[in-house]
Each structure stands twice: as C-alpha cells, then as structure tokens.
Write a protein that binds this ligand. Structure first.
Ligand SMILES: *[C@@H]1O[C@H](CO)[C@@H](O)[C@H](O)[C@H]1NC(C)=O
Ligand SMILES: *[C@@H]1O[C@H](CO)[C@@H](O)[C@H](O)[C@H]1NC(C)=O
Ligand SMILES: *[C@@H]1O[C@H](CO)[C@@H](O)[C@H](O)[C@H]1NC(C)=O
Ligand SMILES: *[C@@H]1O[C@H](CO)[C@@H](O)[C@H](O)[C@H]1NC(C)=O
Ligand SMILES: *[C@@H]1O[C@H](CO)[C@@H](O)[C@H](O)[C@H]1NC(C)=O
Ligand SMILES: *[C@@H]1O[C@H](CO)[C@@H](O)[C@H](O)[C@H]1NC(C)=O
Ligand SMILES: *[C@@H]1O[C@H](CO)[C@@H](O)[C@H](O)[C@H]1NC(C)=O
Ligand SMILES: *[C@@H]1O[C@H](CO)[C@@H](O)[C@H](O)[C@H]1NC(C)=O
Ligand SMILES: *[C@@H]1O[C@H](CO)[C@@H](O)[C@H](O)[C@H]1NC(C)=O
Ligand SMILES: *[C@@H]1O[C@H](CO)[C@@H](O)[C@H](O)[C@H]1NC(C)=O
Ligand SMILES: *[C@@H]1O[C@H](CO)[C@@H](O)[C@H](O)[C@H]1NC(C)=O
Ligand SMILES: *[C@@H]1O[C@H](CO)[C@@H](O)[C@H](O)[C@H]1NC(C)=O
Length: 793
C-alpha cells in the first residue's frame, strides 16, 4: 500500500485551478452512495451557486498528490483553500471520498483504507453550501456535522467561532502545517491572540486581545461585513474587523489569521468587471501594528531569530536580516537569519579582532539583554560590545541607557517609532586572519622526532580519556565545564596540577618532550583519572613565545581523532600541558599485546587515524605536520576510538632533540627517507609513517621483529614480497576475521605500499589515502616501492 507523503509536508496551496465547472456535477444535495476520486475529471462537489467546491485539489508541482479541501471554485488563478481535514496530510491519486450507504463520510487512500472520517452515522445526505460550509445532515435537515465547526485559519461570513475554539495560522503561505500564531475564543469571553511554539503549540505569550469578559461569547462573521464579538444572547460586544463598503453580495470575504500573526479581513470581487485580474485585498486587520504588539521573552518574536520586523510599502509585514546576516531559508523567513561570519570565540576572555560594529538607527531587540548600563553614551555602548566576546549587539536609547544583547537576538523591530540605536557586531572580513589557503607558509613543523631504534623512541606516551565523572568540588566542575565548551584553553596554576596529579605521583609514561602523569581534576572520588598532565622537560625561557603560539594552535584543533588539549600551566621554567585522559592506553600496547584485537576494530582504528591526520594536514586552520606518527602516539579512548597524541609540539623542544636526526641514519622505522637527505620536510613524512603503521595494524606485528625468520624480520620487505607473490594471506597469520575480508586487506596493503614510496611527491596525500582506504576511489596499479631493491642493508 503506497501512502502519500506523511511526514513533514509542504502543502502547496498556490494552486492554479483550471477545472471547468461541469454541468453534470450535482450542485444540490449529495446522496448516499456517492463518491469522488482524486485525479478524475469530476473530483469535487459544488455548492448550488458554484462559488465553493469540496473536493480534491492537486499540488502544483506534483499532479499525483492532492489535498481534500473546501475552496473557491470560481477564482481563476489562485485557489484559496478555506478548509482541509488534516493539515499535515496529502493524498495520492485515486484517493476517494465516499458518502456511504449507511450515511458516513469516509476519506480513503488509494488502497481503500480510511484515513479520515468525521464520525457521523446515518447522515441522510451531505451538501456543499453556498456559505462555504460543508455539512452532513439528518433526514430532518439538521446538521450532524459541519466544516464550520472545525475551522483551520479562516472564518467566512455567517460562520462563528464558539467558546474554546481556535484558528491556527499556517506555517507559511505554502505550508499548511500548524504555524506560529493562534486566535482563541476563550470561554471567559476574551478573544486572545497567542504566539505559540512549533510544533507543540505551547503558548508563549498573548499579543493582542479584545479584553472582554462576557462568558461564552462567540466570534461571529456577520454577513454585513463585520467580524464581531457577540454575547451568548446575541448582543454585539465588540467589532474586531469590518469592511463596510464591499458587500458580501458582490465580494467574497474571509477573515484569516495569516502566517505573520495578523488577522486580516480580505475581500475579493466575485466577478471581474474591467477584466483585470482580481486579487484578495486586506481591508482591515488586527493587531494593526504587530511588530510593536508582539514581544516575547521566549521565542523569536514575529520574525525569526536575528531578524527584525517592519512593513513594506503596502503595509504588509516584512521581515529583514541585518547587515552581515542572511536568511537561514529565504522561503521560510520565520526561520530567521544566520550570521555570515563565525560567532566570536572567547579567546583570552575577549575578542574584537575581525569584528566591526554596524550602526542601525530605529532598530531595537527588546529583551535578551544580559547586561545593562547607565549612564553611558552611545559611542561607549558600541565599543563595550565590540570588546566583549559574549556580545552580539548593543542597544542605546541615546539618553544614557545601554544594553548588551546575546545570541540569538529576538523580537527585532525597526520603525520610525523605535527610539533606539542598535550596534550590531559583524565579521569584518577586511581584517580577518587569512584562511588556511596558503597552507605551506604556516606549517607547524615539529621536531619531536620519535625515531625508530633511538633511545627516545622507547619511551611511552601519555594516555587518557576525559570523561566527566564524580565531582570533587563544585568549583572545579564549573571550571572544567568552562574550558570544555570553548576552544579556549584553561590556564592552570601549578598547585592545582600538583594537587590533581597527587604530587606528580602516578607516571603514565615518558616521551620525547617530557613525562606524563595521571590527573584527577574532577574524578578523585571514583578513582579514575580524567586528565593526563605532561610536564615538558628542559624548557628554555627563550622559547616562551613559541610555547604560547604552539599551545594556541594545538588548542584550536578539534577533531574526534585527536587527543584534546584542555589547558596548560606556566610557572617559572615549568611548562605543563593538560590533555584528556585515554583509558585504553596506546595503540602499541593494544596491537602488540598477547591477544590480537578484532579486525573490525583495527579497520576502524586505521580509518580514525587517517581522518585525524587528514584533519591536521588539510582541515585545521593552521596545518600541522605531526612528524612522529607511530603506534605509541596513537591513544585509544573508552570506546577504542583512535586519537592521535603529541601533535604540534615542534618548538616546545629544546634544540638538542632536533639534532638527534643525524644519529638516525640507516634506521628502519617510521621515519621517511627524506629526513636523511637534504630535502624539505612536508606532510608526506607523516604519510610515510602512516604507511608503516598501517602494515603493523594489518599484520598485528611490530615493524621489526628479530625473532622471526630473516625474510620476515622487516615488515616492509616481507609485506612487499608477499604482495608481489600474491600471497598476502601469509601476512595474516591465521587471522580468520581478516581473511574473510580479503578485499579490504589487499586494499589496505596497496595503500600502505603507496605511502612507503621513496619519492615524497609520489605518495598520496592523507585525503587521498582516506579515499583509497574507504574504497571511494579505485586504486591504480601499484608499482613496488623503489627502495625495495636499492635500499637493502
Ligand atoms: C498530523 O497531525 C496530527 C495532530 O497534530 C497527528 O496526530 C498526526 O499523527 C499527524 N499525522 C501525520 C501523518 O503526520
Ligand atoms: C436537500 O435535502 C433536504 C432534505 O431532504 C431538502 O429539504 C432540501 O431542499 C434539499 N436541497 C436541495 C438543494 O435539493
Ligand atoms: C452504490 O453504487 C454502486 C455503483 O456506483 C452500485 O453498484 C451499488 O449497487 C450502489 N449501492 C447501493 C446500496 O445503492
Ligand atoms: C476528462 O477530461 C478530458 C478533457 O476534458 C477528456 O478527454 C476525458 O475523456 C475526461 N475523462 C473522463 C473520465 O471523463
Ligand atoms: C514542490 O515544490 C516545492 C518547492 O517549489 C518543494 O519544496 C516541494 O518539495 C515539492 N514537492 C514535491 C512533492 O515535489
Ligand atoms: C509525486 O508524488 C509521488 C507520491 O509521493 C512521488 O512518487 C513522485 O515521485 C512525485 N513526483 C514528483 C515529480 O515529485
Ligand atoms: C493571480 O494573478 C495575479 C495577476 O495576474 C498575479 O499577480 C498573481 O501572482 C496570481 N496568483 C497566483 C497565486 O498565481
Ligand atoms: C488509479 O485507478 C485507475 C483506474 O482504476 C488505475 O488504472 C490506476 O493505476 C490507478 N492509479 C494508482 C496510482 O493507483
Ligand atoms: C468585566 O468588564 C467590565 C468592564 O471592563 C468590568 O466592569 C467588570 O467588572 C468585569 N467583570 C468581571 C467579572 O470581570
Ligand atoms: C449583523 O449585523 C446587523 C447590523 O449591521 C444586525 O442587524 C444583524 O442582527 C447582525 N446579524 C447577526 C446574525 O447578528
Ligand atoms: C471593495 O474592495 C476593492 C478591493 O478589492 C476596493 O478597490 C474597492 O474600493 C472597495 N469598495 C467598493 C465600494 O467596491
Ligand atoms: C566579505 O565577505 C562577503 C561575503 O563572503 C564578500 O562578498 C565580500 O566581498 C567580502 N569583503 C571583503 C572585503 O573581503
């Protein structure tokens, strides 16, 4: 059974109706056992005058989807739909409405299943009346059900809205789902306009009411052209809208709560006299000035967030985006405006670089302020916001009051009556720091070279997983929360870290640049460390500037596959870095332990590392070459997600370490051949190291294993041999899970060998590596690594 679109439907109602009024179609009573079917020529029932029809209306862009509706049958170009049974449902071809032989009205889908029924038994007949009311009547002529009693957003002459009935606006002109405004005829006698939440209908606040109090009053559309509030005894209490000059004899009239929250009383000539295409013209409305009438402490206000309300030449509500902002969706302006710039980040507590203030007179965003000042002149009010990273805009009343506004702004209103000046903080792309287009110039070049076989190499690294755990002190939780949120790093005091690491008592490991300790910032109670604190060794004061630069760059990186830097500490010559704690330790211990990790998990780890490296090379704002990719520098969190550690530490090392390169010549490890030549170092050194590590992960063995037979000792050679001989299964050593996934194994090996090519430029980039690994790009035939023959010991 094929159902029509039942999800969030756009009910497109600007329908060009070209249906000829067929003489054969009944205009009087609809007898039992009658039906109409969507898609057939006569898929509607007309009122006797032919003004109104009850039937199927095709959607303009899909003639195989329909709405069941009551509409003006005579208006040539724009059919105005007055009523539909279900606001969120379209119907497919061959859906039908049947007035059954037992007097029920049944809407059925294509397959004949009932989708709507007004729950009336034993109707004698149905009728589309000239008032626009569709009724089910008993044999005595009394109405058992009428569409007038379940209105959607429109009422018509002779229709009334009883106690506790509502009209709910459409979401947009072409979207019939419940919108953002409603009118309720309350049983206490007050007619109230509410701003409501989508989709729940929660009532934010009222923005207009008649302020009347005679219980059980009705809203009544008098045929003489007025929408009145009438007491239960029929006395006129108040008139909401009226159109005196256009009689209902010559004009169609309707009252509709529009998607902008205004109830408008429209007229449309029944016949066009001078041949000009007639339109619906609003003659009266309530409230008159919705931009001023509606302000709400929750919700966006009339227009969407960051947008502001005003009127166009014809007096219709016009929402606009401020300079520096643009529509989230131009066809759905209630969704508001988004900034065209990155929202300020609170680095160092304030940030005014890259932003400017735009002054707009007669604009206000009432509510939503987080600070208020008095007395303060307009210029200071403007500067204050520019200097404050939390501030989205400031508002001055020009006579001493100043308000700072937060994101998103709401209730925006612009008009000559608004005696306020708004200063909007927008991105100033003249002064924005250049984007990472010129990557090469700004490579962060670390020299923390963990080199195979060297003394430095055998040291283990930190590991960690930051998980918010127990709370030691409320104060500390807040602190931790604070720095987790933003990209800004927390500056710790030495004693805080001394306390957190229990006096640097629990060592996790030692690395090229320092020793790593377990730390308990918030988690002392449950006994699990939550941070890893790295104490840099031999820090030289002249490196101070590099230290803060590096820390800033590392702090700005943010990726699932990178270990996150949380903060740092400077004290004298002490330099400490605080990272999230990775509870499953390093990839090295996981991979080379006694149990072989599952193949699927290894695949995920490979992809994770590749993504992390691609981010470092190609996606973060200051590209970073790691220079020390190896299993010891990949950590695993509680879910075995691989995270790259120790990136970006280049200049934090004293010069001594960088010199150790010279000692590395001839070592077969993770180090790319160009380190030993006088070649420029590029991101391809990481690609090389990744290739080595990829072989290790596939084969679950170290790069060099002396216990093995001579031909197997060095993994690169062995893998290359097996690959060439078409015997890659030898590499897997009975790993059945991997054997079943031979295609992927072969792909991974091919990629690894490409990464190991001697000539850096012939190695793929990390972006390409990832595509090859994931199989989104086919792998070209591989030439064997050329070091294979000429580089044997
Ligand atoms: C339509 O809306 C009604 C009430 O809001 C809801 O009960 C119903 O599930 C919706 N139907 C679809 C198909 O979304
Ligand atoms: C419809 O049926 C009712 C009751 O049978 C009758 O009074 C009325 O005149 C009929 N209307 C038309 C237009 O036939
Ligand atoms: C209903 O109408 C169908 C044809 O449209 C006819 O075959 C059937 O006999 C009718 N049933 C009754 C009870 O009149
Ligand atoms: C529907 O109308 C078209 C054109 O007016 C006509 O060709 C066709 O035969 C009609 N179909 C039915 C079922 O009446
Ligand atoms: C109809 O067109 C509107 C935009 O014109 C589009 O948003 C909607 O998805 C379309 N519906 C279908 C069923 O194609
Ligand atoms: C029209 O709607 C039907 C039913 O949902 C869908 O199968 C079809 O693809 C739509 N056609 C167009 C042109 O959008
Ligand atoms: C109806 O016709 C008028 C005049 O030609 C045109 O401006 C208007 O856009 C049309 N409405 C629709 C919904 O097509
Ligand atoms: C609609 O009904 C006609 C005639 O019964 C049939 O030929 C056609 O396939 C049906 N279309 C759909 C979409 O069910
Ligand atoms: C109703 O309103 C009138 C006039 O505004 C007032 O005098 C009267 O006390 C009100 N009655 C109630 C029950 O609130
Ligand atoms: C409609 O208004 C007129 C006065 O313009 C009044 O005489 C008549 O009673 C009203 N009709 C109803 C049904 O209230
Ligand atoms: C009626 O409404 C039209 C707009 O459709 C307007 O131009 C006209 O002046 C009004 N008054 C009369 C007496 O027609
Ligand atoms: C600022 O950004 C906008 C939008 O991206 C662009 O149109 C404009 O040219 C930029 N201006 C400058 C000075 O770069």
């Amino acid at each position: 059974m094929e159902r029509p679109h039942l999800d969030f439907l756009l009910l497109l109602l600007i329908v060009a109706i070209t249906m000829p009024v067929a003489a054969s179609q009944p205009r009087g009573n609809i007898t039992l056992n009658s039906s109409i079917t969507a898609g057939e020529n006569l898929s509607y029932w007309l009122s006797p005058s032919g003004d109104f029809a009850f039937g199927f209306v095709p959607l303009p862009n899909n003639s195989s989807l329909f709405l069941l509706a009551i509409y003006y049958a005579n208006l040539p170009n724009s059919s105005t739909i007055i009523w539909i049974p279900n606001r969120n449902q379209t119907l497919s071809l061959n859906s039908s409405v049947v007035l059954t032989t037992d007097g029920q009205l049944s809407l059925r889908d294509q397959a004949g299943a009932e989708v709507w029924n007004p729950s009336v038994q034993n109707a004698a007949y149905a009728a589309m009346l000239d008032s626009g009311n569709f009724v089910l009547a008993s044999s005595s002529g009394s109405y058992l059900w009428e569409s007038f009693s379940s209105p959607i957003d429109t009422i018509l002459p002779t229709q009334s809205l009883g106690p506790n009935s509502e009209l709910i606006a459409k979401l947009a002109d072409d979207d019939f789902n419940n919108g953002r405004f409603k009118i309720k005829m309350q049983d206490n006698g007050d007619l109230v306009f509410y701003f409501i939440a989508v989709p729940t209908g929660f009532q934010y606040s009222q923005y207009w009411d008649t302020n009347t109090n005679i219980s059980n009053s009705n809203l009544f559309f008098n045929s003489s052209g007025r929408v009145d509030l009438v007491s239960p005894t029929g006395q006129l209490i108040d008139t909401v809208t009226s159109v005196k000059t256009n009689s209902t004899a010559d004009f169609y009239q309707r009252g509709t709560i529009d998607p902008d929250g205004v109830f408008r009383h429209y007229v449309h000539p029944k016949s066009s006299t001078d041949g000009a295409a007639a339109e619906w013209t609003p003659m009266d409305s309530k409230p008159r000035d919705i931009c001023s009438a509606l302000t709400t402490t929750s919700g966006s206000g009339v227009c969407g967030f960051n947008s502001y309300c005003g009127y166009d030449h014809s007096g219709m509500v016009a929402c606009q985006c401020p300079e520096g902002y643009s529509w989230v969706n131009p066809k759905r302006t209630y969704k508001g405006c988004k900034p065209d710039f990155a929202i300020p980040k609170c680095i160092d507590g304030f940030q005014s670089v890259g932003f400017k203030m735009v002054t707009v007179n007669n604009l206000d965003f009432p509510f939503g302020e987080y600070e208020q000042f008095y007395p303060m002149n307009a210029d200071d009010c403007k500067q204050l916001c520019l200097d404050d990273c939390f501030c989205a805009a400031s508002i001055s009343d020009g006579v001493g009051d100043c308000w700072k506004m937060r994101f998103p702004m709401s209730n925006g209103e612009k008009g000559s009556n608004v005696q306020r000046i708004a200063f909007l903080k927008v991105g100033n792309n003249d002064t924005l720091p250049s984007l990472p287009l010129e990557k090469k110039k700004s490579w962060t070049l670390p020299a923390s070279l963990g080199l195979g076989g060297s003394v430095l190499l055998n040291l283990t690294f930190l590991s960690a997983t930051l998980i918010a755990l127990g709370v030691r002190r409320k104060k500390q939780r807040q602190r931790l929360k604070g720095f987790k949120l933003g990209p800004n790093l927390k500056s710790f005091t030495y004693s805080e870290l001394e306390e957190a690491t229990k006096g640097f008592g629990e060592e996790v490991g030692k690395g090229a640049c320092g020793t790593v300790y377990k730390g308990y910032l918030c988690s002392e109670q449950n006994g699990n460390p939550d941070v890893a604190v790295k104490k840099l060794r031999d820090f030289e004061m002249e490196m101070e500037k590099e230290f803060s630069n590096e820390v800033k760059i590392i702090g700005q990186t943010h990726h699932k596959n990178l270990v996150r830097l949380l903060g740092y500490c400077n004290r004298g010559v002490e330099r400490l870095l605080v990272y999230e704690y990775m509870c499953n330790g390093s990839l090295a211990s996981y991979l080379f332990g006694s149990v072989r990790p599952p193949w699927k998990q290894r695949v995920e780890i490979v992809l994770g590392i590749a993504k992390g490296l691609r981010y470092l090379h190609e996606e973060c704002s200051t590209p970073i070459i790691h220079c020390d990719i190896k299993p010891q520098n990949v950590l695993l969190d509680g879910n075995f997600i691989a995270k790259i550690a120790d990136f970006g530490l280049s200049k934090l090392l004293g010069t001594d370490q960088t010199r150790t390169i010279t000692g590395m010549r001839g070592t077969k490890g993770y180090v790319a051949p160009e380190w030993f030549k006088k070649l420029g170092i590029t991101a391809k050194v990481d690609v090389y190291s990744f290739g080595v590590m990829l072989l290790e992960i596939v084969c679950c063995r170290r790069y060099v294993e002396k216990e093995l037979t001579e031909e197997e000792t060095v993994l690169c050679f062995w893998a290359s041999d097996c690959y060439k001989a078409g015997k890659i299964d030898l590499l897997l050593k009975g790993d059945e899970e991997a054997m079943k996934d031979m295609g992927r194994v072969a792909r991974f090996l091919t990629v690894a060998l490409r990464c190991l090519r001697e000539e850096p430029s012939s190695r793929p980039t990390m972006g390409q590596v990832l595509q090859l690994l994931e199989g989104t790009v086919a792998i070209p035939l591989l030439g064997m690594p050329d070091w294979f023959h000429n580089n044997v010991n």
